[in-house]
Design a protein around this ligand. Structure first.
Ligand SMILES: Cc1cc2nc3c(=O)[nH]c(=O)nc-3n(C[C@H](O)[C@H](O)[C@H](O)COP(=O)(O)OP(=O)(O)OC[C@H]3O[C@@H](n4cnc5c(N)ncnc54)[C@H](O)[C@@H]3O)c2cc1C
Length: 216
């Protein structure tokens, strides 16, 4: 079921671009390899980029046990944002320039993933990066797992905002002799670059990389 907006997820500005659709939220999270996590401490506000992935109705992050960010996130609510920039929207009037995008904001408190859930969560992370790779690599050892903190936040309180399409110029500007339209923008996947000391043939996930949809 789609979550209802709360006082902090109720989009007011250009509300027609807002969505609380769970499927859209999942798609925006799944297309991301990173999120930005905003939190505060004695030094002020911070907004830190970090890797993320989704399992079910939670967004996951991980890091060193010594991470200042992870320690702070155990103690306070935070806001996680994900943004995909899809194009620059060039209007006839300077004022009406815009951007096409898909964004999500998630609010709440991260919870620690326990030891039992940690391995499955990190395997899901590997699957998100490169499907099938977990079975090919040296798995984490006890020391590596012990040094790693995994946390998750529920996707229960979240808002999405999506802008797409051409510029919205005022009617009186439509006759101006100015080029208007969208300059599409996105991530591009490059050809895999094998490590110089690697003599192993490229696995499926590396060979398929360049043909995959960017951001997916
Ligand atoms: C690539 C990009 C470029 C942008 N450029 C600009 C710009 O130049 N100037 C500008 O004013 N705005 C820009 N925006 C829109 C911006 O993200 C905000 O939506 C907007 O500024 C309104 O903020 P607000 O706090 O007044 O909105 P409000 O509608 O008051 O926000 C209320 C709540 O709605 C939700 N919300 C707001 N914005 C978003 C969002 N983008 N995604 C998901 N949930 C959201 C949050 O939960 C927020 O607390 C841009 C967005 C993107 C993704």
């Amino acid at each position: 079921m789609n979550p209802a907006p709360t006082p902090r997820t109720q989009v007011r500005r250009i509300a027609r671009n807002a969505s609380y659709d769970t499927g859209l939220l999942h798609a925006i999270v799944d297309a991301a390899h990173l999120c930005h996590v905003a939190f505060g401490d004695a030094h002020g506000s911070h907004c830190i980029p970090t890797a993320c992935w989704r399992v079910g109705e939670h967004l996951y992050i991980h890091g060193s046990n010594g991470s200042r960010m992870l320690k702070q996130l155990m103690k306070q609510d935070c806001c996680v944002t994900i943004t995909h920039l899809d194009g620059l929207v060039l209007a006839r009037a300077a004022f009406n320039h815009s951007m096409n995008y898909r964004s999500a904001m998630i609010y709440g408190r991260f919870e620690l993933v326990d030891e039992a859930g940690k391995r499955a969560a990190l395997e899901a992370f590997m699957e998100h990066l490169a499907p099938g790779r977990q079975a090919q690599v040296r798995p984490g050892n006890a020391q590596e797992y012990a040094a790693t903190t995994v946390m998750r936040i529920a996707l229960a309180e979240a808002a999405c905002k999506v802008r797409s399409g051409p510029p919205n110029d005022d009617e009186e500007d439509m006759q101006l002799a100015v080029w208007a339209g969208v300059l599409p923008l996105g991530q591009a996947r490059g050809a895999p670059l094998p490590d110089a000391r690697c003599s192993v043939p490229a696995p499926d996930h590396a060979r398929a990389w360049q043909d995959g949809a960017p951001g997916c």
